[in-house]
Design a binder for this molecule. Sequence first.
Ligand code: HBZ
Length: 824
Amino acid sequence: MATKKKTELDLQLNKDQLKASIVRHLRSTLGTSEQKASPQAWWKATAAAVNEQVYERLTRTQQTHFNKDTRAIHYFSAEFLMGRLTSNNLHNLSLYSVCEEALRELGLELTDLCEQEPDMALGNGGLGRLAACFIDSLATLNYPAVGYGLHYEHGLFRQEIQDGRQIERPDSWREYGNPWEICRPESVQEIPLYGYVETVFGDKGGLKKVWHAGRKIKGVPWDIPVVGFGGHTVNILRLWESRASEFFDWDVFNAGGYVDSQAEKAQAETISKVLYPNDETDAGKELRLIQQYFFCACSIKDIMRRYKRVHGSDFSNFAAQIAIQLNDTHPTVAIPELMRVLVDEEDLNWDAAWTICYQVFSYTNHTLLPEALEKWSVNLFEKVLPRHLEIIYEINARFLGDLVEAKWPGDDVIKAKLSIIEEGEVRKVRMGNLCVIGSAKVNGVAEIHSKLVKEDLFPEFAALWPDKMCNVTNGVTPRRWLLACNPELAALYDEVVGKEWPLQLDKLRGVVKFADDKAFQQQFMTIKRHNKEKLVKVIKAETGIEVDANAIFDIQIKRLHEYKRQQLNLIHIMALYRRLLANPDYDMHPRVFIFGSKAAPGYKLAKDIIYAINKLAERVNNDTRIQGKLKVVFMPNYRVSLAEKMIPAADVSEQISTAGYEASGTGNMKLALNGAITIGTLDGANIEIVEEAGAEHCAIFGLNVDEVKALKARGYNPYDFYYANSELKAVLDWFDTDYFTPGKPGELSSIKRSLLEGGDPYLTLADFAAYSEAHQLVDSWYRDPALWAKKAIINSATMGKFNSDRSIQDYVERIWKLERCKVG
Ligand code: HBZ
């Protein structure tokens, strides 16, 4: 009897089926019983039941993609900051409320079970989280896509706060297993490293290069299914884990070197052991270059294998079938690797290979900070990847000799600037230049940032290739960042504009007409109030600090960096505290300033700022003189799952970077979408947020990009502002006392020093007065509840542009040229 293909309806589980499946998995997969099971076992059983759905759809998606053999995007990223997957997968499969009911009948709360899941924290911050939003959107929009990255054993460190200081602890996200990943031993790859290059006579005549590797590493793929909203397409995120290659171990082992072979094994496994915790600084470490090469080489092999299964060794379709997006310069080595495979292994001539290569790759830039632009020493490259260095030299020679020479004949200054190799005492490979030269398109992540990439970072490249540079403004997935994290507001929006908004976020514009409606305002603010009350409990549980939900919740959540200016927020809070001490009747609505932030472990000043925030918090929170008007909270271990609790509860969103330094920001979008009012500079995507929401609904302050440049050009002197503003001076001088660190004066002085003797590179003092005024404006708005509600509603309702589905659609139209592939 022919088996009937299951329809969508067959796939959709009802409550009783799901309940039965969970119990079955509890017994047969987890080996326990309803009586004995721990919450963790229940969570895993639930995930296993959901996976039955996920796998069925994954298989269908893969069959459809194979049959249609369509062009696909391969998103290469050293980081995917996925967070938790349980509630996301349930929402995207339309199973959330079904599962909630099923578990309730079993005496369990779904939200409690979700708390069992460790965050998958395989990223530092915005760049990694963006990659996670993008693969969600790609699946949702039914585009054939694979995410490629590293299967770190330890993700970003867990942050503990001890006596106010950050302590880093290892993160062990899969210590007790992760139900959302599948190991694929059938797709293991072997990757060469080190060794030397030999020139030999090729079969077809002519010379040929052969790379004799010094060692080989095994790459084991782990697949994480990426469920699109609606559950039609399930793509995969393929993360590579490094292991010792058998080929290598056996030789050593047979020679009696068991211990040595174990050392080799340990070394091989080091490659994917830990995520580098630096954002915005280039560590330049050998292991990091190996990590980058390891995941790129595994991924290119994987792509090749799949391509050759259909097309054999005919590479004429390769560029039509394969698009690769480089998420910043971390995967740049994929460019020379593809050249190596095409030329050395597939015997294509250089020109044919290069024509393919630069059509395949595109590059996204996420920063203009010079210290973040990756450069590898030529010596290191030569040691680890000798053949790749040769290829890079060849790419460079042809580029400078042909293109640059034709455009700027005899101009050695321009050649030195555009060269992939930086000359100097230590010669270096500039990964950014290699990316631009080897990519079809280069994009920035917000309008202003893309403009600066073009005009300030790569002006000559832009002159050479005017069509190469483009913009794709970032976005965030409204499924995780509204539907799942703010269920009450999501339900309100369902009622008012219908249920399509999670796919078409522009539909929220329909809410604007209720912004003045008293009843709607009340509903909206009641939801905000509920979210704040929930956060009050989390704050109490995590820090012991009691805060009042009547206060304004003012939130700054992002990595700690001087350019993001947590120190500006800090000195402003100190100024408020001084005003309250000087005048206990100082007129302000009670405020709770809440921070969440990790500092790179080697970034001393960033760690000092965390310490200062915590010491200020201790003093302020326990000072009865100010009658609870001011509270300061530092939430330890900021991460995706904590963001999901903080963002819906925010009244004010702090987006206060020095103009020109924050490429885009994405937290700014999430906070506004959840009804927070932005206090911010005209930087990154803030500019576009203001365009959408209207300047009157945001508190914009400070120098803009041109003014920052002009002030720096004139010669900025922070002492001018220090001496001119007595309040600012008093606050800065406070850092030298022991007011916040009793008995230990000077513990906070490094912050003052960086702002005065250090030259205040991020113009904190220049923006202080304007920032303080903006806060007063926000305070006055808050005292008029109708005005505040209106602004909050308008902010949320006008964030449609910042849907990551729109970003992906922009990538598709401007860069990838993909077609949707409907999975039936
Ligand atoms: O990328 C961020 C930008 O700072 C932010 O403005 C933007 O919105 C976001 C997404 O486009 N950049 C990062 O998050 N960068 C990193 O996390 C990073 C990680 C490792 C590095 C360098 C940077 O080696």
